[in-house]
Write a protein that binds this ligand. Sequence first.
Ligand SMILES: Cc1cc2nc3c(=O)[nH]c(=O)nc-3n(C[C@H](O)[C@H](O)[C@H](O)COP(=O)(O)O)c2cc1C
Length: 212
Amino acid sequence: MAKLGRRAFVVGGAALGGAALVGATATLDTNTERRPMKVLVLTGSPRKNGNTNTLAARFIEGAKAAGHDVFRFDAAEAKVSPCRACNACGMNGPCVIKDDFEQLREKLVEADVIAFATPMYYFGFSAQLKAVIDRFYALAGRLHTPKRCVLMMAYADTDARKRRVLEDYYAMLLDYHGWTDAGRIIAPGCWPAGAINATDLPQKAYNLGNSL
Ligand SMILES: Cc1cc2nc3c(=O)[nH]c(=O)nc-3n(C[C@H](O)[C@H](O)[C@H](O)COP(=O)(O)O)c2cc1C
């Protein structure tokens, strides 16, 4: 695929063949034959036993039990530098930064499903996970293919306005790539690690992973 310029980034999926995406997305949405899928789980919390890591772990259990092939990448454990905006990649090429993101490049391209698990940090995704997402830039030319996505998010507050900021960002990320939402597990009122265990959301995360 030709290198993409900044304009192509701005117009996103529309410039990359919306019609083709629609047909293939419909196939994925049904997944009637329950074929094994490649599931990529990106987590963003530094708390190993934290709420979103619990959701991610249960989601993975469910997905594996359904026969899917799961790859988990913990952004908070990895060394992933922020994008430097050098544009050497031309949005479709090698990145000048050589770090743990290298492990993810082909996994991202191949994934049928991408699950994002993040705490709310100051009304956004955690910086650890956002740094990973910003590095999608170097792969933009290869990511506009049908994928289904999942959002798992925990926050201390219970104000729905705050969760909407992250949900809007997630929806925009999917819209830009031509990806579809396969489900969201949002956990309000969860502050200490382990608070999620007093809810039915880990079971819901399992069910979501199991029903892909
Ligand atoms: C740096 C930081 C920023 C946070 N910002 C918010 C916030 O804006 N709104 C909120 O409700 N909770 C906020 N929290 C609380 C976390 O979202 C909450 O504890 C969540 O359950 C953490 O998920 P985890 O256990 O997966 O790490 C913040 C916590 C930290 C450490």
